[in-house]
Design a protein around this ligand. Sequence first.
Ligand code: GCV
Length: 613
Amino acid sequence: MSSVVNQAWLRALPSKVPAGLANPMEMAAFELKSALPDFPVELHEAPALGDGFSLQKAADGTWTLTGGQTGLLYGAWQLILSRLAGDPLPETLSSSPRYALRMINCWDNPDGSVERGYSGRSLFFRNNRLSPDPDRMRELGRLLASVGLNVLCINNVNVHFPGQLLLEDMLPDLAALADLFRPFGVRLMVSIDFSQPMRHGIPTADPLDPAVGAWWRETARRVYAAIPDLAGFLVKADSEGRPGPFTYGRNHAEGANMLAEAVAPFGGVIVWRCFVYNCRQDWRDTSTDRPMAAWQHYAPLDGQFADNVILQVKHGPFDFQVREPLSPLLLGLKKTPMAMELQLAQEYTGHQIDVYTMLPMWQELFEELPEENIMSIAAVSNLGDDANYTGHPLAAVNLFGFGLLAWNPGMNPEAAVRRWSRLTWGFAPAQEDALTRALLSSRRTYEKYTAPLGIGWMITPHEHYGPNPSGYEYDLWGTYHKADRDAVGIDRTGKGTGYLLQYPEELQRKYGDPAACPDLYLLFYHRLPYSFRMRDGRTLIQRIYDDHFEGLEETKALAATLSALPFPEPDRTVIDERMKKQLCNAREWCDIINTFFHRLSGIPDAQGRTIYP
Ligand code: GCV
């Protein structure tokens, strides 16, 4: 594990954070003094403002920053980042975050590995111990605070032994880590194992068994005595082999509410993930359509959850594919607090080898998702102990952008990318323009050379990098495209599986008719013949070929853009090495997907480009 100071977008700061700062207000004063020593600003604490702050310039040129403890820290960062990026400051500014919990979920295991991690090993765990480097933790706290992120769940939602010990033998270490993050306004959260009472002689984890409830209440009391501001517990239950209430014939409201009662006296929340589906599906079974599962489980329970339960819903109904519709739960649950879960870790989107900037995708999600439908937002971490934290230096834009999005979902992706790039490298304007354009188009490029038109899942099974068009086709995971010689896709309208009926009528109308359905979602909702005429006049098969060839060409252009930019070392080398791999990946995807469809359909490319017979 390397200890490098001021990485990512804060590399221009003059000093590292010393140990011993007591609280976010002291931190704010320190950061302002060290980053902007001559800037005339006074801090005024106004506890009622909480995370919010206001900034005011007086006639004599001095500034007043008013805010709650954490608000002062966020206001300080607003000032510092604006000044460092050379952006003008308005003479008065008030700001408060849209979402109360702005969470990073790390999938770190006690042995130091990171599930779906592409940036090295865990920043927190080594050899089944919680043993973080305090300097590195302060750097991380600073990065999170600088973009307003305030909750950090440090362990994998798949809690494997000895992860349970975070609430037991490792509790003092966890408390020490919470102490480290507290002055940054960052509260910890812990993923828990629903069956944990069974490690202690209780023969069941049935949420309605009095001994189980009592065990969790006592555990919460002990844990909160050590960490009074712990944000709460994160739970993956009855999902991909994790234990949960279903074993005992109980539903998820019964399971979550039992835990909620245990943490309620301490102000804690239970963040309960809705990633529940049959992961042992027989591919011959056409009556089960995986994306329908979450709605089937949770819609009937709307209104039955305790007030301190938050249902955390992945943004799409499958699993972080490059394009999925918004989960119907995010639109349909009216009586249950919800958080939307995004994934910064590039599991299906290039493993932090391929350049993939997520901000435009998030903006699209909020075009359909009313901001007030959720009360919090979470993202699976892309962090690791690589010196630059995110493996690919350009992947840091996603962490930075997520902070801005969690503060204000109406943020402007272009402005966010520009600010991040200016803070990180400070390029000349034309170079900044080129980088910004390249990053903003990178997701669409990746989408073009990978799975077509919303179909997803043509990726190498389990590893999830590179193409394998039928890798999941006869597998257990419910992710099928059913391409044959004439057609591809699954009809998810009312005439097919009925998935679309889980949405409000307006969206049923938007997506239900293939002639009107937006192109990029076409094969998510419809099974169509290759001869289907798209709205631009091309046939479906031609569009698949064209997108893949375009994606490859755009990747070559991206490589040329990046190679012309003056990245300093070590970024230069890392970016070049990864770009070489991305070019190979794009070529593999393009050739394999086009060949797959060509061999099935026998339809040639209208432009006569090389597809392999
Ligand atoms: C943490 C997908 C990933 C798993 C992950 C799971 C989840 O299935 O491949 O690695 O497990 O999602 O979100 O729980």
